[in-house]
Design a protein around this ligand. Structure first.
Ligand code: ADP
Ligand code: ZN
Length: 291
């Protein structure tokens, strides 16, 4: 018996199969091009395992339609990636695999992975952000994703510009929202080089930490979660989490008592596996509930 995982990212797809213990058995990756091409590779990969495959969990870039009773449930909807606009992702999978498919956002899947196996294990309220090509956020309460008319888009929360920051922001919708100020491309645009090439002692990182700390501050006051996990490429700067702790403590100014910052604002325990493990766990749930 195998579970399938599809992490559908804006730059690459990662597909995997896992066993009953949710251990990853095989994993492959393809560039995200056009649906006809990328999905053909996805289907080819799972076809190899078709006999044993019992359910698939998908964590997708979005926005996506998550409403079970909607006509476009399972679609990627208004994404800036034109070829994927109004694309029937779940429907396409179901044409090839007549098994339960769990469908959620990429960040929800990563949040779920951390909830089941990582830094959210045993906690009831878990928030996960990725600070990468974009900024995305997902929140879980007692094992369920927080959502309403749609899934949250916490990466686009407004932030207050740092006094030393003259960057106008790079979000095409909002300019200086969190994503527009702090995602990888904003880091690169402001500094003329990629985040991975900016040394640890560059004063820019204090500015970056200020935005991520505002995100933690807003999250704390709105949700009072048990843990806030920051993943994604930018958080590979290992010094960043400590800088975020300091900026966060200053912003919050003792207004509420949070858990110990070392346990409260953290990076993913599963590192780059959070999404895949989350999708496998969601596939297992889908199989149990027969969706
Ligand atoms: P994606 O968001 O596409 O899934 P990532 O989370 O890896 O992928 O994010 C990619 C972004 O993170 C790029 O803008 C890249 O420059 C930035 N990035 C990757 N590694 C680092 C690093 N070590 N330090 C700072 N920024 C990084
Ligand atoms: Zn925005």
């Amino acid at each position: 018996m195998l579970y399938g995982s599809i992490e559908a990212g804006g730059t690459k797809f990662v597909c995997a199969v896992g066993n009953e213990a949710l251990e990853i058995v095989e994993r492959v990756s393809f560039p995200t091009t056009v649906p006809e091409e990328t999905m053909a590779l996805v289907i080819e990969f799972f076809n190899k395992h078709k006999e044993e495959l019992v359910a698939i969990g998908v964590g997708s870039f979005g926005p996506i339609d998550i409403h079970q009773d909607s006509e476009t449930y399972g679609y990627i909807t208004s994404t800036p990636k034109l070829a994927w606009q109004n694309y029937d992702f779940v429907g396409t999978l179901k044409e090839s695999f007549n098994i339960p498919v769990a469908w959620t956002t990429d960040v929800n899947a990563a949040a779920y992975g951390e909830y089941v196996f990582g830094n959210g294990k045993g906690l009831s309220s878990v928030v996960y952000y990725t600070i990468g090509t974009g900024v995305g956020g997902g929140a879980l309460q007692e094992g369920r994703f927080i959502e309403g008319f749609s899934h949250p888009e916490m990466g686009h929360m407004l932030v207050v510009p740092h006094p030393d920051d003259t960057f106008e922001g790079s979000c095409p919708f909002h300019g200086n929202c969190l994503e527009g100020m702090a995602a990888g491309p904003a880091v690169e645009k402001r500094n003329g080089r990629k985040g991975q090439d900016i040394p640890e002692d560059d004063p820019f990182w204090e500015i970056e930490a200020y935005y991520i700390a505002q995100c933690a501050y807003n999250t704390t006051l709105m949700l009072s979660p048990d843990v806030i996990i920051f993943g994604g490429g930018v958080m590979k700067q290992r010094h960043m989490v400590e800088k975020v702790h300091q900026a966060f403590a200053k912003l919050l100014n003792g207004y509420v008592r949070t858990p110990d910052l070392d346990k409260y604002i953290v990076t993913p325990a599963l590192e780059d596996n959070a999404g895949t493990l989350g999708c496998l766990a969601l596939a297992r749930n889908a199989e149990l509930h027969g969706h």
